[in-house]
Design a protein around this ligand. Sequence first.
Ligand SMILES: Nc1ncnc2c1ncn2[C@@H]1O[C@H](COP(=O)(O)OP(=O)(O)OP(=O)(O)O)[C@@H](O)[C@H]1O
Ligand SMILES: [Mg+2]
Length: 342
Amino acid sequence: MWSDIKSNLSSAQVYVIELLIINLFIILLIIIIVGSLALEEWLIILLIFSSLILLYFLGRKRKREFEEIKLAINNIRQNVYKEPEDIKLGKNLSIIENDVKQMFEKVKEDIESMKRLQRARSEFLGNVSHELRTPIFAIQGYLETLLGGAINDDKVNKYFLEKANQHTVSLNNLLNDLIDISMIESGEMRMSFRYFKINDYMKNFVNETAHFANEKNLELIYHPVDERLQLFGDKDRLRQVMSNLVQNALKYTEKGKIEVFVEEEEKSGKITVKDTGIGIPREDLSRIFERFYRVDKARSRAEGGTGLGLAIVKHIVEAHGSKVEVKSKVGEGTEFSFRLKK
Ligand SMILES: Nc1ncnc2c1ncn2[C@@H]1O[C@H](COP(=O)(O)OP(=O)(O)OP(=O)(O)O)[C@@H](O)[C@H]1O
Ligand SMILES: [Mg+2]
């Protein structure tokens, strides 16, 4: 009881100014009513007593308000609230109710995004280990077979070595892609932007890549643009973008052609890679830029793909202030395009 009174009184300390004002007011009132200070002693006692009572009630009110806030904070901490609307503070606290609700929403968002990141991280690690295991197992298998005696069998020994070598190549590609992804995502990838003549650049690129198309009996056609057109970008990184897009087109096209277009627009140049391949189902279109996402895992892996190519393409194109657009029809073909500033 006594400690309760004490704590309520101490909570009311902040209202001292209000108290002084009220006291002054009461003194003034008494002077007016009584007209003299004859009852001075009694009145002072009365004044102090009434002030203490007032102080007590004010303190109790303040303590209740604190408790209400404390309860709300504890409830947020213990995930009691599902929605911001569940938070209800008393009338006197309505001014901070909105702030508490906003804080709750922010905390909820932060926790969600932390959980998402954690999930993405473990999923990424899982994917990486899975992708590493495939070539390592294969290499191990070939080497063990060779050591087990196949090395002396002239009919198969070279074949097994070639196979093992192929897998070391894909292991190396995977590692390079992973390094790129981690550099991009940690913001360490240095870009060096310059103006360059896009026509010469594309002509060279297509010439160097044409033999891959010929090996598959596909045509790789370049549709030139005004040779004076200069676009702004990082040539080395764009090479990565073009290689990925053209390699995909080659991988997922059985017959027909792959076309590369550069078209001049008012403020930019539009670069397009178009194929007559298997196409991408509509429901997969929004996901193909995710790391490790492949429409047909078995086919992609057989082609030596890990599903990192388009994730890298997306990052690089976005670093150029642009975005990759894709149009596709199953059985007819696919078209990827992006723009570079003029
Ligand atoms: N031109 C295309 N035609 C049909 N499907 C495509 C085409 N380009 C990409 N895809 C689909 O999108 C998926 C993701 O492409 P991405 O380039 O990221 O991976 P990948 O080619 O399988 O492997 P990586 O590029 O890492 O070697 C592919 O697995 C494929 O299913
Ligand atoms: Mg690819």
